[in-house]
Design a protein around this ligand. Structure first.
Ligand SMILES: C[S@@+](CC[C@H](N)C(=O)[O-])C[C@H]1O[C@@H](n2cnc3c(N)ncnc32)[C@H](O)[C@@H]1O
Length: 231
């Protein structure tokens, strides 16, 4: 899967649709290339959650054409790249305070020929001009953004704010089970949001090897959809 390797930098290939041989839309597979740097900061490589969310995006690809989609905490942006390749109008974002992560988003776009995809700095919990300028969204993507309990409320408050502009928006998010003590239940109640768990087998993600990769491996990754409580 590795195309090139130099001081921790490599380009990995992810192939969606290969295992299931899907062809209803005349498209049997999608190949994307993601530049990754291992042993660096969080947003420089694909996390186990990202292949699960990207598989969910791929599974729902026929619904994405023309949809306004924002990925938050995108890092190397595997789910967002898949969404853009499947016809979504994607915007990628990562922390405004981590320019290297924003650069990683750009590089993933470059490598997959989607230079039209905008990349913006969005720090969770900050109501900054770039957040205010966003169009109403249909889908928000977030892979492994619930990994630091002190950030949970900032993530959900940003999602809540975005849903004020577009109440039908859905937050598609995958998370890794790292502690059974962690919960977002109180925060969902506080921010008037609700959540539905999506079993992995319903979108062909119940495998330790997705998209021809060795991820998610043995990690326990779950998928959920968060919406405004009143829809
Ligand atoms: C665990 S990594 C997941 C990266 C990517 N979504 C994936 O699954 O491969 C968490 C990501 O959140 C970003 N992040 C961390 N703190 C953030 C904040 N306060 N606001 C926005 N993004 C943040 C990091 O830069 C990183 O890209």
């Amino acid at each position: 899967m590795c195309e090139g390797e130099k001081s921790g930098f490599m380009v990995r290939q992810y192939t969606f649709g290969k295992e299931t041989g899907e062809n209803e839309d005349g498209r049997s597979e999608l190949v994307v290339f993601i530049p990754e740097i291992l042993n660096s900061q969080y947003g420089t490589y694909v996390w186990p959650c990202a292949v699960v969310l990207a598989q969910y995006v791929w599974f729902h690809r026929r619904e994405l054409t023309g949809k306004k989609i924002l990925e938050i905490g995108a890092g190397v942006s595997l789910p967002g790249v898949v969404a853009a390749k499947c016809g979504g109008e994607v915007i990628l974002s990562d922390s405004a305070e981590l320019p290297q992560c924003l650069e990683n988003c750009h590089q993933s776009c470059q490598m997959n020929g989607i230079l039209e995809v905008p990349v913006i700095g969005l720090t969770w919990g900050n109501i900054a001009p770039d957040l205010l300028a966003l169009p109403p969204l249909d889908i928000i993507l977030g892979s492994d953004v619930f990994y630091e309990p002190e950030d949970f409320e900032d993530v959900l408050s940003s999602v809540y704010f975005l849903m004020q502009k577009s109440s039908q928006a859905q937050f598609w998010t995958s998370y890794q089970v790292r502690s059974t003590n962690w919960s977002i239940e109180d925060l969902l109640y506080k921010w008037d949001l609700k959540c539905t768990d999506v079993p992995l087998m319903t979108f062909d993600a119940h495998s330790p090897h997705l998209a021809g990769s060795d991820l998610p491996g043995r990690h326990t990754v779950k998928m959920m959809i968060i919406t405004a409580n009143n829809i």
